[in-house]
Write a protein that binds this ligand. Structure first.
Ligand code: HEC
Length: 193
Protein backbone atom coordinates (compact mmCIF):
# COMPACT_ATOMS: atom_id res chain seq x y z
CA UNK A 1 0.00 0.00 0.00
CA UNK A 2 1.44 3.41 -0.85
CA UNK A 3 1.10 6.34 1.59
CA UNK A 4 -1.80 7.86 -0.23
CA UNK A 5 -4.02 4.83 -0.36
CA UNK A 6 -3.12 3.98 3.22
CA UNK A 7 -4.21 7.47 4.18
CA UNK A 8 -7.44 6.99 2.26
CA UNK A 9 -8.18 3.72 4.02
CA UNK A 10 -7.54 5.44 7.33
CA UNK A 11 -9.89 8.23 6.42
CA UNK A 12 -12.58 5.75 5.43
CA UNK A 13 -12.04 3.85 8.66
CA UNK A 14 -12.21 7.06 10.71
CA UNK A 15 -15.40 8.17 8.93
CA UNK A 16 -16.92 4.74 9.45
CA UNK A 17 -16.12 4.82 13.13
CA UNK A 18 -17.46 8.37 13.49
CA UNK A 19 -20.67 7.67 11.58
CA UNK A 20 -21.13 4.37 13.32
CA UNK A 21 -20.64 6.11 16.65
CA UNK A 22 -23.38 8.56 15.81
CA UNK A 23 -25.80 5.91 14.58
CA UNK A 24 -25.27 3.36 17.32
CA UNK A 25 -26.93 3.32 20.68
CA UNK A 26 -24.94 3.54 23.90
CA UNK A 27 -24.77 -0.24 24.26
CA UNK A 28 -22.89 -0.66 20.98
CA UNK A 29 -20.56 2.24 21.56
CA UNK A 30 -18.37 0.20 23.88
CA UNK A 31 -17.52 -2.02 20.89
CA UNK A 32 -15.87 0.83 18.96
CA UNK A 33 -12.45 0.88 20.68
CA UNK A 34 -12.14 -2.83 19.85
CA UNK A 35 -12.82 -2.07 16.18
CA UNK A 36 -10.06 0.53 16.21
CA UNK A 37 -7.68 -1.77 18.10
CA UNK A 38 -8.42 -4.53 15.60
CA UNK A 39 -6.89 -2.47 12.77
CA UNK A 40 -3.55 -3.96 11.64
CA UNK A 41 -0.60 -2.31 13.41
CA UNK A 42 0.81 -0.81 10.18
CA UNK A 43 -2.33 1.34 9.97
CA UNK A 44 -1.15 3.64 12.77
CA UNK A 45 -2.00 7.30 12.17
CA UNK A 46 0.58 8.67 9.75
CA UNK A 47 0.84 12.32 10.76
CA UNK A 48 3.28 13.25 8.00
CA UNK A 49 0.96 11.89 5.33
CA UNK A 50 -1.93 13.71 6.97
CA UNK A 51 -0.01 17.01 6.99
CA UNK A 52 1.00 16.55 3.35
CA UNK A 53 -2.59 15.87 2.39
CA UNK A 54 -3.88 18.88 4.35
CA UNK A 55 -1.45 21.24 2.61
CA UNK A 56 -2.32 19.70 -0.76
CA UNK A 57 -6.03 20.30 -0.08
CA UNK A 58 -5.31 23.86 1.10
CA UNK A 59 -3.64 24.53 -2.23
CA UNK A 60 -6.84 23.47 -4.03
CA UNK A 61 -9.11 25.96 -2.21
CA UNK A 62 -9.94 28.92 -4.49
CA UNK A 63 -8.82 32.30 -3.19
CA UNK A 64 -11.20 34.86 -1.72
CA UNK A 65 -11.18 37.03 -4.81
CA UNK A 66 -12.36 34.05 -6.89
CA UNK A 67 -15.35 33.50 -4.59
CA UNK A 68 -16.07 37.25 -4.64
CA UNK A 69 -15.98 37.32 -8.43
CA UNK A 70 -18.77 34.72 -8.25
CA UNK A 71 -20.65 37.01 -5.87
CA UNK A 72 -20.33 39.84 -8.39
CA UNK A 73 -21.65 37.57 -11.14
CA UNK A 74 -24.62 36.29 -9.14
CA UNK A 75 -25.52 39.68 -7.74
CA UNK A 76 -25.46 41.31 -11.18
CA UNK A 77 -27.87 38.60 -12.38
CA UNK A 78 -30.17 39.47 -9.45
CA UNK A 79 -30.52 42.96 -10.93
CA UNK A 80 -31.55 41.84 -14.41
CA UNK A 81 -33.95 39.19 -13.11
CA UNK A 82 -35.54 41.86 -10.88
CA UNK A 83 -35.79 44.31 -13.79
CA UNK A 84 -37.82 41.73 -15.70
CA UNK A 85 -39.87 41.00 -12.54
CA UNK A 86 -38.78 37.41 -12.89
CA UNK A 87 -39.00 36.82 -9.13
CA UNK A 88 -38.13 33.09 -8.99
CA UNK A 89 -34.97 33.80 -11.01
CA UNK A 90 -34.13 36.81 -8.83
CA UNK A 91 -34.55 34.63 -5.73
CA UNK A 92 -32.29 31.96 -7.22
CA UNK A 93 -29.49 34.44 -7.89
CA UNK A 94 -29.92 36.15 -4.52
CA UNK A 95 -29.61 32.79 -2.75
CA UNK A 96 -26.44 32.10 -4.76
CA UNK A 97 -25.10 35.53 -3.83
CA UNK A 98 -25.66 34.86 -0.15
CA UNK A 99 -24.15 31.40 -0.16
CA UNK A 100 -21.10 32.56 -2.13
CA UNK A 101 -20.59 35.49 0.24
CA UNK A 102 -20.52 32.97 3.09
CA UNK A 103 -18.08 30.84 1.16
CA UNK A 104 -15.83 33.87 0.47
CA UNK A 105 -15.76 34.66 4.17
CA UNK A 106 -15.00 31.05 5.11
CA UNK A 107 -11.90 31.25 2.89
CA UNK A 108 -10.51 34.23 4.87
CA UNK A 109 -12.67 34.92 7.95
CA UNK A 110 -10.41 37.60 9.42
CA UNK A 111 -8.26 40.03 7.42
CA UNK A 112 -5.30 41.94 8.75
CA UNK A 113 -5.69 45.68 8.22
CA UNK A 114 -3.80 48.74 9.47
CA UNK A 115 -6.63 49.25 11.98
CA UNK A 116 -6.18 45.68 13.30
CA UNK A 117 -7.98 42.41 12.66
CA UNK A 118 -11.12 42.80 10.54
CA UNK A 119 -13.84 40.24 11.30
CA UNK A 120 -15.35 39.66 7.84
CA UNK A 121 -17.74 37.04 9.24
CA UNK A 122 -19.26 39.57 11.66
CA UNK A 123 -19.65 42.21 8.94
CA UNK A 124 -21.29 39.74 6.59
CA UNK A 125 -23.67 38.52 9.27
CA UNK A 126 -24.83 42.10 9.81
CA UNK A 127 -25.37 42.65 6.07
CA UNK A 128 -27.04 39.28 5.59
CA UNK A 129 -29.50 39.87 8.44
CA UNK A 130 -30.41 43.37 7.30
CA UNK A 131 -29.80 44.42 3.68
CA UNK A 132 -29.85 40.99 2.03
CA UNK A 133 -32.88 39.88 4.05
CA UNK A 134 -34.74 43.04 3.07
CA UNK A 135 -33.86 42.49 -0.58
CA UNK A 136 -35.12 38.91 -0.25
CA UNK A 137 -38.35 40.20 1.27
CA UNK A 138 -38.85 42.61 -1.65
CA UNK A 139 -38.49 39.65 -4.04
CA UNK A 140 -40.99 37.62 -1.98
CA UNK A 141 -43.35 40.59 -2.10
CA UNK A 142 -42.77 40.97 -5.89
CA UNK A 143 -42.35 44.69 -5.31
CA UNK A 144 -40.27 46.28 -8.09
CA UNK A 145 -39.72 49.68 -6.44
CA UNK A 146 -38.77 48.12 -3.11
CA UNK A 147 -36.46 45.74 -4.96
CA UNK A 148 -34.59 48.57 -6.71
CA UNK A 149 -34.16 50.51 -3.47
CA UNK A 150 -33.02 47.36 -1.65
CA UNK A 151 -30.55 46.51 -4.40
CA UNK A 152 -28.90 49.94 -4.26
CA UNK A 153 -28.75 49.82 -0.45
CA UNK A 154 -27.13 46.40 -0.61
CA UNK A 155 -24.45 47.75 -2.95
CA UNK A 156 -23.61 50.26 -0.21
CA UNK A 157 -23.26 47.32 2.19
CA UNK A 158 -20.95 45.53 -0.26
CA UNK A 159 -18.85 48.66 -0.55
CA UNK A 160 -18.68 49.27 3.19
CA UNK A 161 -16.95 45.91 3.60
CA UNK A 162 -14.56 46.62 0.72
CA UNK A 163 -13.66 49.92 2.37
CA UNK A 164 -13.16 48.28 5.75
CA UNK A 165 -10.92 45.71 4.04
CA UNK A 166 -8.80 48.61 2.71
CA UNK A 167 -9.98 48.08 -0.87
CA UNK A 168 -11.89 51.32 -1.53
CA UNK A 169 -11.21 50.92 -5.26
CA UNK A 170 -13.59 47.88 -5.36
CA UNK A 171 -16.63 50.08 -6.00
CA UNK A 172 -19.72 48.05 -7.01
CA UNK A 173 -22.33 49.70 -9.23
CA UNK A 174 -25.73 48.80 -10.65
CA UNK A 175 -24.62 46.57 -13.53
CA UNK A 176 -24.86 47.90 -17.06
CA UNK A 177 -24.97 44.62 -19.00
CA UNK A 178 -26.21 41.16 -17.96
CA UNK A 179 -23.27 38.90 -17.17
CA UNK A 180 -25.29 35.82 -18.12
CA UNK A 181 -26.61 36.18 -21.67
CA UNK A 182 -27.51 32.52 -22.07
CA UNK A 183 -30.24 32.64 -19.42
CA UNK A 184 -33.61 33.91 -20.60
CA UNK A 185 -34.83 36.40 -17.99
CA UNK A 186 -38.33 36.69 -19.49
CA UNK A 187 -40.73 35.53 -16.74
CA UNK A 188 -43.32 34.52 -19.35
CA UNK A 189 -40.94 32.61 -21.61
CA UNK A 190 -42.15 29.18 -22.71
CA UNK A 191 -39.92 26.30 -23.63
CA UNK A 192 -38.57 26.20 -26.34
CA UNK A 193 -37.61 29.88 -25.98
C1 HEC B 1 -17.66 40.82 4.51
C2 HEC B 1 -16.95 41.63 3.56
C3 HEC B 1 -17.43 41.72 2.15
C4 HEC B 1 -18.71 41.86 1.71
C5 HEC B 1 -19.99 41.95 2.52
C6 HEC B 1 -18.64 41.94 0.27
N1 HEC B 1 -17.36 41.83 -0.14
FE1 HEC B 1 -16.74 41.79 -2.07
N2 HEC B 1 -14.83 41.61 -1.44
C7 HEC B 1 -14.41 41.53 -0.14
C8 HEC B 1 -12.98 41.42 -0.11
C9 HEC B 1 -12.12 41.29 1.14
C10 HEC B 1 -12.54 41.42 -1.45
C11 HEC B 1 -11.09 41.31 -1.95
C12 HEC B 1 -10.71 39.84 -2.01
C13 HEC B 1 -9.24 39.66 -2.26
O1 HEC B 1 -8.48 40.61 -2.24
O2 HEC B 1 -8.84 38.51 -2.43
C14 HEC B 1 -13.73 41.56 -2.26
C15 HEC B 1 -13.72 41.59 -3.64
C16 HEC B 1 -14.84 41.70 -4.44
C17 HEC B 1 -14.84 41.68 -5.89
C18 HEC B 1 -13.62 41.59 -6.78
C19 HEC B 1 -13.40 40.13 -7.15
C20 HEC B 1 -12.38 39.98 -8.25
O3 HEC B 1 -11.28 39.51 -7.94
O4 HEC B 1 -12.70 40.30 -9.39
C21 HEC B 1 -16.13 41.78 -6.30
C22 HEC B 1 -16.66 41.76 -7.72
C23 HEC B 1 -16.95 41.86 -5.11
N3 HEC B 1 -16.13 41.81 -4.01
C24 HEC B 1 -18.32 41.99 -5.13
C25 HEC B 1 -19.08 42.11 -3.99
C26 HEC B 1 -20.51 42.33 -4.01
C27 HEC B 1 -21.36 42.51 -5.25
C28 HEC B 1 -20.91 42.34 -2.71
C29 HEC B 1 -22.28 42.54 -2.16
C30 HEC B 1 -23.37 41.78 -2.68
C31 HEC B 1 -19.72 42.14 -1.90
N4 HEC B 1 -18.65 42.00 -2.70
C32 HEC B 1 -19.75 42.09 -0.53
C33 HEC B 1 -15.20 41.58 0.99
C34 HEC B 1 -16.57 41.71 0.97
Amino acid sequence: MNQNSRFQSLLILACGVALGGMAMTGAYRSVLPTAVAAAPPDKGLDLTALQTEVSRLKGLVPDQSHAMADVGYHFANVWFAGQRQNWPLAKFYLDETRSHLKWAVRIIPVRKTKAGDLDLGGILEGIDNSLLSELGASIEAKDGARFEAGYRKTLEGCYSCHQAAEKPYLRPQVPLVPPQPIMNTDPDAKWPN
